[in-house]
Design a protein around this ligand. Structure first.
Ligand code: EPZ
Length: 419
């Protein structure tokens, strides 16, 4: 197992380029199975979750070829409509194959994902939506079995909660349903608009993606298409926080700052300078950030995927801040690890109160989930002395070459393989 060793205290300086979005790539690569033929997706990051997606598509019979940051998917050879527990348990997004397989073949069988480190994460809204489109759903032996013998039919779906995966899932299934589907209280994350753009490129007729009401005029079939995935807004946000926490001066290329308004306004309140010139975002960290409160919300609110990284920054703020997590019920796993750096944090319910300390001190810590791991890296960059982060396979699920990108900015960070 690999670990990261960081000698903290270096101010980050220089330029970094953001990779393609993990959370947009996953549904987009899965959507390729809606059409017979070869789709070519580019700007796909090289990550563990993308490897799992490739394996998942191959397990369905698709031919997948990868070259650097592109993925070529031939979905004309699909020969099974079943996704097994092994694949779904390693990556929850695998469940998104249920709707597309059902829409294209009239039947699918996909394992239920089970629990997760950050919360229960049920898929009731996905299933409610597919049922509204006329699917018969049975839960048996840990699997969801869905059938739609006469095909799916357009319907109104009103989500009880704002769900990114649920919205994406229904958009894919409804693209091939007969008639019009209206998704109400739809999630508005940029990744949803990106998926809709790809689906429309395939011949789907989707309007309103990125708003809370999405209309999908079903079509009889979709054709394969090429597509370039949007930049990863959470990776970009993590680099912004890395510059901020080290008092650095970093230029971030290839990102879209408008996808991160909620984060950047809070960071500017904290004293971070952020400017956007010709698509290059320059971030200058303050000597010490001001303490700022945040509440995570669905987009365009403050992203839960940036909560842990923002908390790392607040650990060295001048004053006390309160961070409320409103999306996932168990997304404070990083707190006890941040305390190992000397952070002063107390949790009550879904809120954490962070009393800023002047300095963090490097410590051996353990990664628990993807964004929690990122917060430990940030704390390690700012801390005095050496930090050793174990179980970094979590980090490899969502950050492409994080240590070489940070090292190029002047961080003293290296990956060590442990036998
Ligand atoms: C997506 O997860 C992201 N994953 C997550 O990224 C992200 O944290 C999350 O959206 C919220 O922004 C991908 O895009 C692959 P949800 P998703 O459905 O789709 C509840 C990362 O670090 N809910 O929007 O699974 C659910 O329990 C991660 O990259 C139901 O109750 O999230 C949660 O409380 C991890 N029933 C809330 O809604 C449902 O049927 C939002 O979940 C579905 C969801």
């Amino acid at each position: 197992m690999d670990k990261l060793i960081i000698n903290g205290g270096n101010r980050l300086k220089g330029e970094v380029t953001v990779s393609g979005s993990k959370n947009a790539s996953l549904p987009i690569c899965i959507a390729a199975i809606l059409a017979e033929g070869i789709s070519s997706i580019t700007n796909v990051p090289r990550l563990r979750d993308i490897n799992t997606t490739a394996k998942l598509l191959q397990s369905l019979g698709a031919v997948v070829e990868r070259h650097e940051n592109s993925m070529r998917i031939d979905a004309s050879t699909i020969n099974t409509v079943e996704a097994t527990y092994d694949l779904v348990k390693t990556m929850r997004a695998s469940v998104l194959v249920l709707g597309p397989l059902l829409a294209r073949f009239g039947r699918s069988r996909v394992s239920l994902p089970g629990g997760c480190a950050i919360g229960a994460r049920p898929i009731d809204q996905h299933l409610k939506g597919l049922k509204a489109l006329g699917a018969e759903i049975r839960l048996e032996h840990g699997y969801v079995e869905a059938t739609a013998k006469k095909g799916l039919k357009g319907a109104r779906v009103n989500f009880d909660v704002s769900t990114v995966g649920g919205t994406e899932h229904l958009m894919m299934a409804a693209a091939l349903a007969k008639g019009v589907t209206v998704l109400e209280n739809a999630a508005r994350e940029p990744e949803i608009a990106d998926l809709a753009e790809y689906l429309n490129r395939m011949g789907a007729r989707i309007e309103g993606a990125g708003t809370d009401t999405i209309r999908i005029h079903g079509v009889a079939e979709l054709s394969p298409a090429g597509y370039e995935v949007m930049p990863d807004r959470i990776e970009a946000g993590t680099f912004i926080c890395a510059a901020a926490i080290t008092g650095g001066d970093v230029k971030i290329k290839g990102m879209k700052l408008e996808h991160l308004d909620a984060l950047s306004f809070k960071l500017m309140d904290a004293g971070v300078e952020i400017t956007n010139r010709n698509g290059v975002v320059r971030v200058k960290g303050p000597k010490r950030p001001n303490a700022i409160n945040i509440k995570t919300r669905p987009y365009p609110g403050f992203p839960t995927d940036m909560q842990a990284q923002f908390m790392a920054l607040m650990c060295i703020a001048d004053g006390a801040s309160v961070i409320s997590e409103n999306i996932f019920e168990n997304r404070f796993m990083h707190v006890s690890e941040l305390q190992r750096f000397g952070a002063d944090i107390t949790i009550e319910g879904n809120s954490a109160t962070i009393k800023g300390v002047k300095k963090l001190s490097g410590a051996p810590v353990m990664a628990t989930d993807l964004r929690a791991s990122a917060s430990l890296v940030l704390a390690g960059l700012a801390a005095e002395g050496t930090t050793e982060i174990q179980r970094i396979y979590h980090l490899d699920r969502g950050y492409e070459q994080i240590e070489s990108k940070l090292a190029a900015l002047g961080a003293d960070i290296k990956r060590v393989s442990e036998l």
